[in-house]
Design a protein around this ligand. Structure first.
Ligand code: ADP
Ligand code: MG
Length: 725
C-alpha cells in the first residue's frame, strides 16, 4: 500500500524557494499603488471633492450625498484604468473574516451595448442578501436584507480585478451586524470624551483618535503535508499528533535565520502589503518552529484593523503560491507556543500628542498620569468584559497555556510609572517621572546606550510599553475590532466619569489642574489592584488575582455573560456604542460560533479515528499477530513465549488504545448527536463535556502513533509538519 505521507514529506523537503516578484528594492516606487489614496485622488478628483473627503476622514464630518457621485465617478475611472472589471462592498461579518459580493461595472443596455456604471448610490450603499451571515436573530430570514454602507475613512483598494470599498454592515432596522460599526462608534466616543477632558486641561482644539499597531503571529506548513491532515484542513489545528522530540526547547528558532523558502514568501507578502498601503515593518521568526510574525507601523485603529484583515486574506493566497498553508489558529500544535496578535493601543491627538506618552513638563506628565489612571480604572472595572472580548474556542487553548497570558487581565506599568503613581498616593503635589537613563558599556568604541524608562514584563496581559498599552491576550485569528471596541468604550465611559468628578471639584473651588491631580490620585487609588508586575504565568498569580477580585473565569460560554451584564449594557448605552439588543445578538453569535467550531472538531476527530487511525492500528496489530503465530509454529509452544514477549505486550497495548478510543468515540458521537441547539446551554455542554473528551481521545491516538510502525502511519507527524527546510 502506498504511503502518501512519505511522498508528501519527500516532495516538501525537495522544494526550492520560489523567488519573490517585487520589481525593485525601492518600496517607494509602488507603495499604495493599488489604493485610492491621496495621490490617486489628486489625479481623479477635483479639489472641492477632495477637500470634502479629507474633512470627512479627519474631522468626522458627514459626507454630502452630492459629493458621493463625484467620488464614485473618479473612483470608477481610476479602477478601470487599473484594469478592474468588478466592484464589491467589503465588510466584516461576525464570523471573523471578511465578506464580499462582486458586481460587474458592466451595465448592458439594449441589444449590443454596454457601459461601465458606478454611481454615488452604488458606492454608498448595497443590499447584499447576506442572510447566511450570522446576526444572532437580528435579521429574520423573511427580512434577510442587511445593508452595507461606505466607510470613507478607509480608502478603497483593488485586489485582482475587483475594486473593494470598505463598508459597515447593518440590519434593515439599523443594528450593527459587523465588527466595523461598533469600532467606528467607539472611536467617536473615546475621541469625544478625550476632547472634552483636554478642553478642561486648557487644550480646547484637539481632535483625538484611537490608534492600533497589531503584531500578527502565524504558522506556515507545507501545503502537501497540510493537505494530508483533515484536521488542519477542516479545523486549522491538529486534533491529534504526538509531540516531536525536538520542538522549541533549544530556543533556536526565535533567533535563527529565516528559512530561504519562507524568506521568499515574506518578501512577496510584503510586496503585496506595500501595494495595498499596509505599512509592514518587521518580520521575524517566532518561538515555535514554523512560527513567524509580521508587524506594521501603527495607524488609526479603524484603518489598522482593515489592514490586518486584508493582510490575513492576502497571506493565504501568497502562501499558496509558495507551496505553504498559513495557520492563523491560536493553537495549531500542542506542546509548542500558540499564536497571538498583540494589539498595541493608544489614544493620541491629530496634532501628534500621544496621550499615553510621558512628557517633559509637569503639565504634560499630569496629563499622562491622568490618561494612565483612567485607562487602568476602566480596565479594572471591566476586566471580565475585556477578557470576554478575546475569548473564543480557538484562543481558549492558548490563554492559560504555559507560554501565553493567563485568562486573567492585569496590567504591568514598569518601574518608573509604577513609582510615580506610588509617589502620587503619598504626595499632595505633582511628582517627577524619571526620563531615559544613559548607560555606558565601558567599551570606548560603543556609544552610550539610552535605556527606555519602561522595562518589560512579557507575562503581563495588558502591559504599558512606553507610549501605549500592549494587549497581549488577543488571538492570532481575531478581528482586533472586538477588543479595541471594548477598550475605547470603557475608556470613553471612564473619562466621562472622571471629567464629571473634576468639574465637581472645580465647582467646589478647586483650581482645574489641582482638581485633575487630586482626581487622578483617587482614580489610581481605586484601581491599583489591576497592577501586577510579577510572573503572570505562575500559579501564585492565579490565586492572588482571585483575592483581588479579578475575573478568573476560563469557560468561554460563561465569559460571554459579560456582554449582557447590567453593567455592560448601561455602559454601552451611556457612550452610545451598542444597544442592549445589539449586545445580546453579539453574545448569541459568539455562542453559536463556539458551538459550531467544537461540533466540527468533534466530528472531524471522530472521522479521523474511525477511518484513518483504527484501521491502520488493526493492520499493524495483525502483522504482529502473524509474527507471534509464526514464532509459535516454528519454535514451538515453550520457546516462542520468551521470544514473543514484547510483541504480545505491544498487541495488548494497541488493543487497549483501540478499545478505549473506539468506545470514547461512540460516546462522543452520541453526545454530539444529542445536542440540538447552539445556545448558551449547548455551549456549556461543549465546554464542560466535549472539550475534555477530545483531549482524552487524543491521548489514545497519540499513544498509538508511538506504537504503530512509522511506515504505516498515514498522517504527517509533528516533526514533519513543524520544520521547514
Ligand atoms: P515588540 O515586539 O517589541 O512589542 P513590535 O515592533 O513588533 O514590538 O510592535 C510594536 C507595535 O506597536 C508596532 O506596530 C508599532 O507601530 C506599535 N506602536 C508604537 N507606538 C504606538 C502607539 N503610540 N500606539 C499604538 N501602537 C504603537
Ligand atoms: Mg509586542
Amino acid at each position: 500500500m502506498a504511503n502518501f505521507r512519505f511522498d508528501a514529506v519527500q516532495k516538501a523537503n525537495a522544494k526550492e524557494p520560489i523567488e519573490a516578484t517585487a520589481p525593485s528594492n525601492l518600496t517607494s516606487e509602488y507603495y499604495g499603488c493599488n489604493v485610492f489614496n491621496r495621490a490617486a485622488m489628486r489625479q481623479y478628483l477635483d479639489e472641492d471633492t477632495r477637500r470634502a473627503i479629507y474633512e470627512t476622514v479627519e474631522k468626522g464630518v458627514t459626507l454630502d450625498k452630492s459629493i458621493a457621485d463625484h467620488v464614485a465617478a473618479g473612483m470608477k475611472r481610476w479602477a478601470l484604468d487599473m484594469g478592474a472589471t468588478h466592484y464589491t462592498h467589503w465588510f466584516q461579518p461576525l464570523t471573523g473574516g471578511t465578506a464580499e459580493k462582486h458586481d460587474s461595472f458592466a451595465d448592458p443596455r439594449g441589444k449590443d451595448e454596454s457601459i461601465e456604471k458606478f454611481s454615488g448610490k452604488l458606492l454608498c450603499q448595497q443590499a447584499p442578501d447576506a442572510s447566511s451571515c450570522p446576526s444572532g436573530g437580528l435579521r429574520n430570514t423573511f427580512e434577510a436584507r442587511g445593508y452595507t454602507a461606505w466607510d470613507p475613512s478607509s480608502p478603497a483598494f483593488i485586489i485582482g480585478d475587483t475594486l473593494c470599498v470598505p463598508t459597515v454592515f447593518i440590519s434593515y432596522t439599523g443594528e450593527a451586524l459587523d465588527y466595523k460599526t461598533p469600532l467606528l462608534k467607539s472611536d467617536v466616543a473615546v475621541c469625544k470624551a478625550t476632547t472634552d477632558l483636554l478642553a478642561l486641561m486648557g487644550m480646547p482644539n484637539e481632535v483625538a483618535h484611537s490608534y492600533l499597531g497589531w503584531e500578527q503571529e502565524y504558522f506556515l506548513v507545507d501545503k502537501d503535508l497540510y493537505s494530508l491532515r483533515p484536521d488542519l484542513v477542516l479545523t486549522e489545528r491538529t486534533l491529534i499528533g504526538h509531540v516531536s522530540s525536538k520542538n522549541q526547547q533549544l530556543d533556536d528558532h526565535y533567533f535563527g535565520s529565516i528559512p530561504a523558502r519562507v524568506m521568499e514568501f515574506m518578501k512577496d507578502l510584503e510586496f503585496e502589503c506595500y501595494k495595498l498601503g499596509i505599512p509592514a515593518k518587521t518580520r521575524h521568526n517566532e518561538v515555535a518552529p514554523g512560527q513567524f510574525e509580521l508587524a506594521p507601523v501603527y495607524e488609526a485603529a479603524n484603518l489598522a484593523n482593515d489592514h490586518n484583515l486584508l493582510l490575513m486574506s492576502v497571506m493565504r493566497s501568497v502562501a499558496a503560491k509558495h507551496g505553504f498553508a498559513v495557520l492563523l489558529h491560536e493553537k495549531p500544535f500542542a506542546g509548542v507556543n500558540g499564536s497571538g496578535k498583540h494589539c498595541n493601543w493608544s489614544i493620541g491627538t491629530e496634532s501628534g500628542i500621544g496621550l499615553m506618552s510621558p512628557g517633559k513638563t509637569d503639565r504634560e506628565n499630569l496629563r499622562f498620569l491622568c490618561f494612565m489612571a483612567n485607562t487602568l480604572k476602566a480596565v479594572y472595572d471591566n476586566n471580565g468584559l475585556l477578557k470576554a472580548s478575546v475569548m473564543t474556542a480557538s484562543n481558549s487553548h492558548r490563554l492559560g497555556a504555559n507560554e501565553a497570558p493567563p485568562a486573567i487581565i492585569s496590567s504591568f506599568l514598569g518601574t518608573q510609572v509604577h513609582e510615580a503613581f506610588e509617589e502620587l498616593l503619598k504626595s499632595k503635589d505633582m511628582v517627577k517621572i524619571a526620563g531615559k537613563k544613559g548607560y555606558s558599556l565601558g567599551i570606548p568604541q560603543v556609544p552610550e546606550l539610552m535605556v527606555d524608562n519602561t522595562d518589560r514584563n512579557r507575562t503581563s496581559s495588558f502591559a504599558f510599553t512606553g507610549n501605549r498599552f500592549e494587549f497581549r491576550a488577543v488571538g492570532s485569528s481575531a478581528n482586533c475590532s472586538g477588543p479595541i471596541t471594548i477598550l475605547n468604550t470603557i475608556l470613553a465611559n471612564q473619562l466621562n466619569i472622571f471629567r464629571a468628578a473634576v468639574e465637581k471639584r472645580i465647582e467646589a473651588g478647586s483650581e482645574p489642574m489641582r482638581a485633575i491631580l487630586d482626581e487622578t490620585r483617587e482614580t489610581y487609588r481605586a484601581c491599583k489592584d489591576i497592577c501586577f508586575d510579577g510572573n503572570g504565568y505562575s500559579d501564585e498569580w492565579r490565586a492572588e488575582a482571585k483575592t483581588r477580585g479579578l475575573d478568573c473565569e476560563s469557560s468561554v460560554p460563561l465569559c460571554m455573560d459579560e456582554f449582557t451584564s447590567e453593567k455592560t449594557v448601561a455602559l454601552f448605552k451611556n457612550v452610545g456604542v451598542l444597544s442592549e439588543v445589539e449586545l445580546e445578538s453579539r453574545k448569541d453569535v459568539y455562542l453559536e460560533i463556539y458551538c459550531k467550531k467544537l461540533s466540527i472538531e468533534a466530528r472531524t476527530l471522530s472521522d479521523l479515528v474511525t477511518n484513518h487511525i483504527i484501521p491502520v492500528a488493526i493492520t499493524y496489530q495483525n502483522i504482529l499477530l502473524e509474527n507471534v503465530k509464526n514464532l509459535k509454529e516454528i519454535y514451538g509452544a515453550s520457546a516462542f513465549k520468551k521470544m514473543a514477549i514484547s510483541q504480545m505486550d505491544l498487541i495488548e497495548c494497541i488493543s487497549a488504545d483501540i478499545a478505549a478510543a473506539e468506545s470514547e468515540i461512540d460516546t462522543l458521537d452520541a453526545l454530539i448527536d444529542s445536542i440540538s441547539a447552539e445556545d448558551r446551554d449547548a455551549a456549556i455542554i461543549y465546554h464542560d463535556k466535549v472539550v475534555p473528551m477530545l483531549d482524552e481521545i487524543r491521548k489514545h491516538v497519540d499513544s498509538l502513533e508511538m506504537l504503530v510502525d512509522d511506515q504505516m502511519w498515514p498522517l504527517p507527524k509533528y516533526r514533519e509538519l513543524l520544520f521547514i527546510h
